[in-house]
Structures are given as structure tokens and as C-alpha cells.
Ligand binder design. Structure first.
Ligand code: ZN
Length: 200
């Protein structure tokens, strides 16, 4: 890989101006096929029209990273008592209600369940045995944003655990949080999460 320096000159084809001299500058570059920008990456800029005309190989990593960080919103309607479970898990871990921590907990459990067959089986069993989902109104709303890598894990997890849809899986995760943290059936997990929660 040839490494370019900021301010270095090169040549490229500009779609407006044809063959031109370019200069490498830090720019926010829109990524094709998405609404996001790779921020402040070194890019070849046309010296005639000032448009970005090339992206050197050394900048490709940031384009990839920006795409990965693109957040996908997940929206669910959930029963009120599942919302209460999340709030009380937060209370158990940090002594108060932290929406940021609640969001983290869901992301943490998606990743943890994805990575462990044991956890996946527990997730299925808890969902099968619960009486917390019978005849309930879905009067609350849960909104979380996850990056594309975790979104992929979420979809694979759903497939591997045979949950019918995103909503079933997210409810199972909340029931698992209830089991582990609120009902304190997994003291090791509680203590691991207490440590992590301080840093959030
Ligand atoms: Zn140009």
C-alpha cells in the first residue's frame, strides 16, 4: 500500500474536469449507498473544482468503520412490566435508573447470547417457561439503536434460537435480564455487570 501524506499531490480523473492534479486533504466524504459520511479522512481532492475524486487505500479502513458504526434503530412495543424489569435491572446495578445502561444491557445480552450456546439454550427455556407474557397489553415502547455488526448478530441469534421475530427475541432477552439481574439468579453476571456499569 502506498501511503500518502496530507498535502501531497497526485493525479486522478475528476468526473467534472477530466484528468487533473489532486491534493490529499482531510475531508468528510459521503459513502455511496448510505446516508453517512466517513469523517476527516485523507482524500484526493481535485485542484480545479475542489471535489473529492479519489480515496486512497489507507483511508478505506475508516469507510468500513463508519459503515459498521451506522446505527440501526429497533423499535418494539412491549408490556409495561418488561419496561419495569429493565428499570429495576438498572437499579440493581447502579442504584438508579439509567436509560444508557438499559440500552447497554440489551446490547450486551444480544452479544453474550450470540456467543454462547449455553446462553442461547437458557434464553429459549426462559421464554418457554415464563408466565409473564400471557394476556398482556403492549402499552410501552422500547427503542434501541445498535450498530450493523450487532444487528447482524441479533439476526443470526434469532435464526439460531428459532424465535419467530425480532419482538419475541427481544422479549426473551428482557426475561433473561429479569432472571439474571432482577431476580438475582446469576450473581456472577450481576457482579461482572456492576463492574462494567461503572464505566458506562
Ligand atoms: Zn474537478
Amino acid at each position: 500500500m502506498k501511503i500518502y501524506r496530507e498535502g501531497e499531490k497526485s493525479k486522478a480523473i475528476c468526473s467534472h474536469c477530466g484528468k487533473v492534479e489532486t491534493v490529499f486533504e482531510k475531508r468528510d466524504v459521503p459513502i455511496q449507498g448510505s446516508k453517512i459520511f466517513a469523517k476527516k479522512i485523507l482524500a484526493g481532492v481535485c485542484t480545479v473544482c475542489d471535489e473529492v475524486v479519489s480515496i486512497p487505500q489507507q483511508s478505506a479502513i475508516y469507510v468500513k468503520e463508519s459503515l459498521q458504526k451506522e446505527k440501526k434503530p429497533l423499535e418494539f412495543r412491549i408490556p409495561k412490566h418488561l419496561e419495569d424489569i429493565l428499570a429495576n435491572a438498572s437499579l440493581r446495578l447502579v442504584g438508579g435508573y439509567s436509560p444508557v445502561l438499559v440500552n447497554f444491557l440489551i446490547r450486551f445480552y444480544i452479544h453474550k447470547s450470540f456467543g454462547s450456546q449455553k446462553e442461547r439454550i437458557k434464553l429459549q427455556n426462559i421464554y418457554k417457561k415464563t408466565d409473564l407474557l400471557a394476556n398482556v397489553a403492549l402499552s410501552s415502547r422500547l427503542s434501541i439503536k445498535i450498530d450493523s455488526k450487532l444487528f447482524e448478530e441479533f439476526q443470526k441469534l434469532k435464526f439460531e434460537t428459532n424465535f419467530k421475530n425480532d419482538s419475541e427475541l427481544i422479549k426473551a432477552i428482557m426475561l433473561k435480564i429479569n432472571n439474571d439481574i432482577v431476580q438475582e439468579n446469576d450473581p456472577e453476571m450481576v457482579s461482572e455487570l456492576k463492574d462494567l456499569a461503572i464505566a458506562i
